[in-house]
Design a binder for this molecule. Structure first.
Ligand SMILES: [Ca+2]
Length: 477
């Protein structure tokens, strides 16, 4: 095997969507609670369960459709998050637009005796926020690595942020907030984390974590390192992705409505006086009627597709264009992956293994995100043992031992004929560490390579065959 170091650009996946689960009414949320089930959120007010093979439950997990206003396309049941301690306290949280047109974040509990059914009578309103216009409601709920609940709210709606809510630190509109749902502060039904950036400052809402957002419909945390990624929907020209490192202490101003992306939008709106943080990636609108509406995604941390590893995957509701953002040698890149019909994608979600899924409002379907250079991916939860999760169908063809290891690895691979195949070793963020060709004879082939030069961590060995890539994860200790 000859050594070569390549950039990540050579390693883009053959991105595509694979049918996973169907029969939903405008699905816009895909969430797991720490087990093999996925919870599918419908805009119209129901949450369904689909099992790890994609089968939809016969009955909804929760139905609050008679309490949800859906008159405007951006209204409805918008977000779901399970408590980090869900298995013990049975609590989960939703964000929806009530019949009066305002935002509610409510807590519920799952039934004591039926893990597939929520107890609607347990609804407890945590937070209410008046909405001046029907659009730009945000709606995302995510627990951070710190155990606090983060929620997004848009600027209140209409166009061009007429009340300058994005920059007004005395309103929750146009913000991402951070609250403590396990404690209370004063008369609030939740706690204010003492480390929130505007605690104790007169004229500031202490819930605020970040400001200057127009409609941060979907934001997520990187499950490996806690970095936050925010897809903020633009106005006339630009869609944007904001990146907040896990070391942030909050208080960032992402610019709206003075700035749309990195482009000046309007003056006399910067009451907060906090210098703007510009997006790490943006893209312009198209000329079609639905010209652009970013759907923020996730940094891929699954086990099946090494080429997706560490890459932020996102799409656009209007165009169905999937792209990826990642850092290549300290430079942010924003690369086209693929345009996928039927469009109207609304949200991404992760299962317990970190596999990624995306929902489409127009088809009512949930799709699995796959790299088709890898054959026979499996989205069935198999085992808590990570090593069991990758590509079990290929296990018989490609073996690697001992694993984990500190010295020399032996690779064993079967071949049905004499052939020469490209072999690469990539690290956990998809960078090529070694690449070369391997000549195989018919039958069982065995060769060794030394990992003395490799840092500790997770790696993948990949062999490109006529049928697709076979891969094996290994660990250097
Ligand atoms: Ca911005």
């Amino acid at each position: 095997m000859t050594a070569a170091v390549n950039g990540q650009s050579d390693l883009l996946p053959k991105f595509r969507l694979q049918d996973f689960s169907s029969g939903y009414d405008q699905p816009l949320g895909i969430v797991n609670c720490g087990d093999s089930r996925l919870f599918i959120v419908e805009r119209t007010g129901r949450i369904w369960i689909c099992d790890s093979a994609g089968n939809k439950s016969a009955n909804p997990f929760l139905d609050i459709s008679d309490s949800v206003l859906t008159a405007d396309d951006e209204q409805g049941l918008l977000g779901l998050a399970f408590d980090p301690d869900y298995s013990a306290n049975r609590k989960f949280y939703i964000n929806y637009i009530s019949k009066t047109g305002n935002s509610r974040i409510s807590r519920f509990k799952v039934s004591l005796n039926n893990p597939d059914s929520a107890d609607r009578s347990t609804e407890y309103l945590l937070l209410h926020l008046g909405q001046p216009f029907p659009n730009h409601n945000g709606g995302q709920l995510q627990f951070g690595p710190d155990g606090y609940l983060y929620a997004s709210f848009g600027d209140g709606g209409d166009a061009a942020d007429p009340f300058n809510n994005g920059q007004d630190l005395n309103t929750l509109l146009g913000k991402i907030i951070r609250i403590d749902v396990h404690n209370t502060t004063g008369n609030l039904r939740y706690g204010i984390p003492p480390t929130n950036p505007f605690v104790g400052m007169a004229g500031h809402r202490e819930e605020i974590w970040a400001s200057g957002l127009r409609n941060p419909w979907r934001f997520t945390f990187d499950s490996q390192n806690g970095n936050m990624w925010i897809g903020d929907v633009g106005q006339n020209n630009w869609e944007e992705i904001n990146f907040q490192p896990s070391t942030s202490t909050g208080g960032e101003n992402y610019g709206w409505g003075c700035w749309e992306g990195a482009h000046f939008f309007k003056s006399n709106c910067d009451a907060s006086n906090i210098p703007p943080v510009f997006p790490v990636a943006e893209y312009p609108h198209t000329t079609s009627a639905c010209s652009g509406s970013i759907i923020g995604g996730y940094v891929y941390r699954g086990q099946q597709f090494p080429r997706l590893m560490g890459k932020y995957i996102y799409t656009d509701f209007c165009t169905g264009v999937f792209r990826t953002v990642y850092k290549d040698h300290d430079v942010w890149v924003n690369r086209y992956l693929r345009t996928e019909e039927p469009f109207s994608y609304t949200s991404f979600g992760e299962n317990m293994n970190g596999d990624l899924f995306v929902s489409s409002a127009s088809s009512g379907e949930i799709y699995a995100i796959v790299d088709s250079t890898i054959i026979t991916p499996s989205f069935t939860a198999q085992s808590e043992n990570q090593a069991m999760r990758i590509n079990s169908a290929n296990d018989g063809r490609l073996l690697l031992y001992p694993n984990p290891n500190t010295g020399e690895f032996t690779v064993q691979m079967s071949a049905v004929k004499e052939e020469t195949l490209p072999v690469t070793i990539v690290n956990h963020v998809g960078q090529v560490i070694l690449s070369g060709n391997r000549s195989l004879h018919e039958g069982i082939n065995e060769w060794s390579f030394s990992i003395l030069d490799l840092k500790k961590g997770i790696y993948f060995i990949q062999v490109q065959t006529e049928e697709g890539t076979v891969a094996k994860k290994f660990s250097v200790q």
